[in-house]
Design a protein around this ligand. Structure first.
Ligand code: NIG
Ligand code: FE
Length: 426
């Protein structure tokens, strides 16, 4: 007998569709998390073909039926800011951190980002790909089906392109959809210490090749004390825009330098970190289309007392997204669920705001609003079944993985419903 659908997920306690209109969700609208109770969902050819109530599901047929057990189903999560591809690791910096040596001081001494640059330059492309694949498998296991990945551990042509090629290849090979950002301006390399302007020009000179090989959609820069000034970042991003890239910025992460205002002024798709955003910057953000990508895991891991002012940003009307900032220095974690816990505890975001921030708004922050972050008929069936009774539960119960099963385009790629043997690449 021919089945109507490939997959039917029935008996869903809460189906968080996050389907509320076009565009990123701003300000007080972030208090809404659209959901259906006692729901069911069917998939055909990788797409959502039907959404309805559990009782309506009775007369549907499918090649595979999954009983969700009254639990939660959501869109696959979106992680909009990661430094996925790198060589080595930085556990040796823990002792320095414990002695109170600040992050920027470690960088100034030639460690931090520059230590990862050395390891990444030395690593073969194959080795970087294998390592990134291992992290991707783990990211997927936490429920992420779409994410961004930045370069920035090369700071010279060959290694930057090597990182970007790894991302392009993994996007084709791996179940997670990857969106690539060129972050060649991530630090000043030792060989250019005396002349950051010449270095920035060298990075801009790579853009035509990056464009030609379709290696990145976005250009990003780290504007920070001892790295690039806000003015250097502004001029760099404007040039990248002229060449047809959308821009993002690591702004006001550690010191409040006015990067938030600049992000809005240059029309960045996202301003990222924004811990030191000024009141004026927050107000501008609230009136703009620039999405605030907040990374509380970094504040936690850098042992900071203050976190980005999410409440004020939402109050001002801004659209907020959340991300791990997965990287070997300031945020070594693949766990976006932990970031949801930190957003609740440290930034006082509500469960509804948090779910908007890791689905629809995160998708818009990487230009994937049309394909990721919400569940609706006709959209790709990127779904997560959670072993939790409701959506409030995930930001509450911390430090563990709540995922039961992840489906990518209707195929179970992680968890209990996956049919083939789980394969890890490590
Ligand atoms: O977002 N601040 C710049 N970049 C990363 C950290 C990278 C690293 O420490 O390796 C961040 O915090
Ligand atoms: Fe970052």
């Amino acid at each position: 007998m021919t089945q109507q659908y490939d997959l039917l997920v029935e008996n869903i306690g809460q189906l968080l569709t996050m389907d509320h209109g076009d565009g990123p969700i701003k300000g007080e609208k972030m208090a809404e998390a659209p959901l259906l109770e006692n729901a069911a969902l069917a998939v055909k050819d990788g797409k959502i073909a039907w959404i309805g109530t559990s009782s309506e599901a009775g007369d549907k047929t499918a090649a595979k039926t999954v009983d969700a057990g009254g639990k939660l189903v959501t869109p696959g999560l979106v992680d909009p800011h990661t430094h996925l591809v790198f060589g080595g690791s930085r556990e040796h910096e823990m002792a320095l951190k414990q002695q109170g040596v600040p992050y920027l001081e470690i960088l100034k001494r030639g460690g931090g980002i520059l230590s990862t640059v050395k390891a990444t330059r030395e690593a073969a492309e194959e080795e970087l790909a294998k390592k990134a694949r291992f992290h991707l498998d783990r990211i997927l296991s936490y429920g992420v089906t779409t994410m961004e990945a930045k370069s920035g551990y090369g700071l010279e042509k060959e290694t930057e392109l090597k990182q970007l090629r790894v991302v392009k290849r993994l996007n084709e090979e791996h179940d997670i959809d990857l969106v690539s950002t060129f972050l060649g301006a991530h630090a000043i390399p030792p060989e250019h210490k005396e002349n950051p302007e010449a270095f920035l020009q060298e990075m801009l000179n790579l853009l035509p090749e990056i464009q030609k090989e379709e290696l990145a959609e976005f250009v990003d820069i780290f504007s920070e004390t001892g790295v690039f000034t806000v003015e250097q970042a502004r001029s760099f991003l404007l040039k990248a825009k002229e060449m047809g890239f959308q821009v993002k910025i690591h702004a006001d992460e550690i010191d409040p330098l006015g990067g938030t205002e600049m992000a809005v002024e240059v029309g960045a798709i996202s301003g990222e970190h924004l811990v030191g955003a000024s009141d004026a910057g927050i107000e501008m953000l609230g009136k703009s289309d620039t999405i605030a990508v907040l990374l509380p895991g970094t504040c936690f891991y850098l042992n900071k007392d203050s976190y980005a002012k999410a409440r004020e940003m939402i109050g001002a009307g801004a659209s907020v997204a959340l991300s791990t900032d997965f990287n070997p220095g300031s945020s070594p974690t693949e766990n976006l669920q932990l970031i949801m816990n930190l957003a609740a505890l440290k930034m006082k975001m509500t469960p509804e705001e948090i779910w908007n921030a890791v689905t629809v708004n995160a998708a818009h922050a990487i230009n994937r609003g049309e394909s990721a972050g919400k569940l609706a008929v006709g959209r790709k069936a990127d779904l997560v079944l959670w072993d939790v009774p409701n959506y409030h539960y995930v930001p509450y119960h911390y430090g563990v993985n709540h995922v039961n099963t992840v489906w990518k385009a209707g195929k179970a790629v992680y968890g209990k419903e996956r049919e083939d043997e789980q394969v890890y690449t490590s």
